[in-house]
Structure formats: C-alpha cells, structure tokens
Design a protein around this ligand. Structure first.
Ligand code: SF4
Length: 186
C-alpha cells in the first residue's frame, strides 16, 4: 500500500489507461498489499463511512490516527488523517486473503498498485503487475486514479481551511480531517 500522503496530479484517463494497459495488471486477490507493518491505508471520512456501512462497527474500531503527529500550540499534538486499523500487521478488514469490504474499499485499495505522483504514474511492487488486461479494465483503474487525485487535492485544501479556521484545544492529541478537529484524548 501507499506509505505516505502525496501530492498528486490528476492525469488524463485515456492517456493513463493506455499506460496502465501497456504495463498490465490483474489483481490476484492474494492480499499481499493488505499486509505489512508499513502498509498504511489512509482514508478520508467518506471512505470510513463507506467501510462502516458495509462492515459495521464504530469509527474507533475501524480507524486509527495517522501515526505521524505534529507539534501544535499549547502542548497540542495533531495528525492529518486516518488509517484503517491493523491486526497483527494486516488490515483488520482482511479475512484470510480476502477483503471483507471489497465493494466499498477505499480509493488507495481501488487503485493499488498504481499511484499518480505529480501527474506521473508510479507502480508499487505487486505480483499482479505484467498480467494481461483489457482496455476496459485499464480505463476503470485510470478513472479511479483520477477520482482519487481529485479527492486528495480537495482534501488538502479542506484540511488547510480547517487548520486556519479552527482553534485546537490545549494539551490534547487531535486528528484534523476534512470535517474538523477530533480530540483523541486530553
Ligand atoms: S480495505 Fe480491503 S483491500 Fe483495502 S487494505 Fe483492507 S482488506 Fe485490503
């Protein structure tokens, strides 16, 4: 999975899809990308809700704060997003090698192993890379990449708005997301 939040360009689905088609990819449903101590799945609030709608449970049971905290004023420490919780190094939504929320999986999961970085297509290691695929399948991934880039751009703008408009309570740990500031503990 993608290990860090990146600024990404939007790309063009038709150009992207040709590039993806040239590379080739077919998900083997092996679950490898859902495991590993560094495999953080960053999620936005709408994605958390989609996961909860399918899997049930509470917000706290489903996500944890992104682990890099920044120093704020008055002893406050804050982080800029959420990650899916992990059990023993794997996404808690993985059962065996299967994703239990496949139809509602987050954008990062829909686009893995591809990512747009400043408009460039990058590919993470994956056993499915190089497999034959159809043009339609490539277009689906390209469209998902573009939608992800648009959502991440919007998230960045909205989080900056929240940061500039809201006062964080003193002496707390907080998560700042697109919807506001959530206090984790005092
Ligand atoms: S949500 Fe599903 S696809 Fe995404 S990391 Fe978790 S188990 Fe894997």
């Amino acid at each position: 999975m993608i290990h860090a939040r990146r600024r990404v360009g939007k790309g063009e689905p038709d150009i992207l899809s040709r590039e993806i088609l040239r590379i080739g990819f077919r998900c083997r449903r092996c679950g490898t990308c859902c495991r590993g101590k560094d495999h953080l799945v960053l999620v936005m609030p709408d994605e958390v809700r989609a996961v909860l709608a399918q899997a049930g449970g509470t917000w706290q049971e489903s996500v944890e704060p992104y682990p890099e905290f920044l120093e704020g004023r008055n002893g406050t420490r804050y982080t800029l997003g959420w990650c899916l919780r992990r059990n023993s190094g794997a996404c808690h939504l993985l059962s065996g090698d299967r994703c239990t929320v496949y139809g509602s999986r987050p954008r990062i999961c829909r686009t893995y192993p591809f990512v747009l970085t400043d408009g460039r297509l990058e590919v993470s290691p994956c056993p499915g890379i190089g497999a034959p695929m159809t043009g339609e399948e490539a277009l689906v991934i390209a469209s998902a990449l573009k939608e992800r880039a648009t959502a991440e751009d919007a998230e960045e703008v909205q989080v900056a708005r929240v940061l500039s408009a809201c006062e964080m309570p003193a002496g707390c740990r907080c998560v700042v997301d697109t919807e506001g500031i959530r206090v984790l503990d005092g």
